[in-house]
Write a protein that binds this ligand. Structure first.
Ligand SMILES: NC(=O)c1ccc[n+]([C@@H]2O[C@H](COP(=O)([O-])OP(=O)(O)OC[C@H]3O[C@@H](n4cnc5c(N)ncnc54)[C@H](OP(=O)(O)O)[C@@H]3O)[C@@H](O)[C@H]2O)c1
Length: 264
């Protein structure tokens, strides 16, 4: 299937690791041109794909929660790639924290990451795409946005808000050829879970067992019986970025091995 992404100009946030890195590589394989962003410039450079057949791959390290990140990133995409056709709002993070231990800064970080940053990027990118009559935006939410997990309600609540934001943009822009969708991954084998000090280590510490036992317990609660690979989630995201997803707007597409609605 030709996804029709050759030379499409794509901005991907959180592109240095995990799901965002897999999205960047999959888009590059399709011949897309890329502007990739994350905070750590070294990780961004070390993990960036090469462009296919001379397609440009540009890097710009920044914090997406900065108030001017929308102008900076959309401006750089237009300046370096000549425009913007695709936006993937993927940057995000979480930690295990109980409801009664959430602090103001947990709420603020998750609000900025999951709602304000995607909104700042969409409000600049979507009207440009509308002028061109073609655009794709994918917001990477979470199964926790459909059913809160036992941990980090600030993450779940703002991932839920991100689904509503995504739907609002989908309604506003679909008729102009700009299709906005969300993807809701479940537990996925990225640094968020598997990295040193990540969710598996945090869970193991809490329960007094090792990280293998923690990961086995998580996998057992997913109907698929395992964590997803980042590439599996990226495939869904890239399809929604593609020409082929031409009748999909306002979706909140689960890529969670059946975990949506379950208490992870
Ligand atoms: N893994 C899962 O189980 C899972 C499940 C559901 C949803 N998700 C969602 O999927 C998305 C990607 O998660 P992942 O598992 O791939 O995480 P990851 O492996 O930890 O990668 C996160 C990426 O986001 C970047 N990032 C984090 N904070 C940022 C900020 N303030 N500004 C700019 N970039 C930032 C990181 O780079 P820097 O640190 O260098 O900035 C990195 O590139 C997130 O939105 C997450 O909530 C993940």
């Amino acid at each position: 299937m030709d996804l029709g992404l050759t030379r499409r100009r794509c901005l991907v946030t959180g592109a240095s690791r995990g799901i965002g890195r897999a999205v960047a590589h999959a888009l590059a394989d399709e011949g897309a041109e890329l502007l990739l962003t994350a905070r750590d410039p070294d990780a961004l450079a070390a993990n960036a794909p090469s462009g296919r057949d001379g397609a440009r791959v540009e890097l710009l390290a920044t914090d997406v929660t900065a108030p001017d990140a929308g102008e900076l990133l959309v401006g750089a995409c237009v300046e370096r790639l000549g425009g913007i056709d695709v936006l993937v709002n993927n940057a995000g993070t979480s930690r295990r924290v109980a409801l009664d231990e959430l602090r103001e800064d947990d709420w603020e970080l998750q609000w900025q990451l999951n709602v304000r940053a995607p909104d700042r990027l969409m409000r600049l990118a979507a009207p440009r795409m509308a002028i061109d009559g073609w655009g794709r935006i994918v917001n990477v939410s979470s199964s926790a946005g459909k059913r809160p997990s036992s941990q980090n309600a600030a993450y779940a609540v703002t991932k839920s808000a991100q689904l509503a934001l995504s739907r609002a943009y989908a309604d506003a822009y679909a008729a102009q050829g700009v299709l906005v969708n969300a993807v809701a991954p479940g537990p996925t084998g990225t640094g968020l879970w598997l990295g040193e000090g990540g969710l598996a280590d945090q869970q193991a510490r809490e329960h007094g067992h090792d990280r293998v036992a923690a990961l086995t317990a998580v996998a057992a609660r997913v109907p698929l019986g395992r964590l997803a690979d980042p590439e599996e989630v990226a495939d869904v995201i890239v399809f929604l970025c593609s020409e082929r997803a031409s009748a999909v707007a306002g979706a909140a597409w689960s890529a969670d091995g059946g975990a949506a609605g379950m208490f992870i």
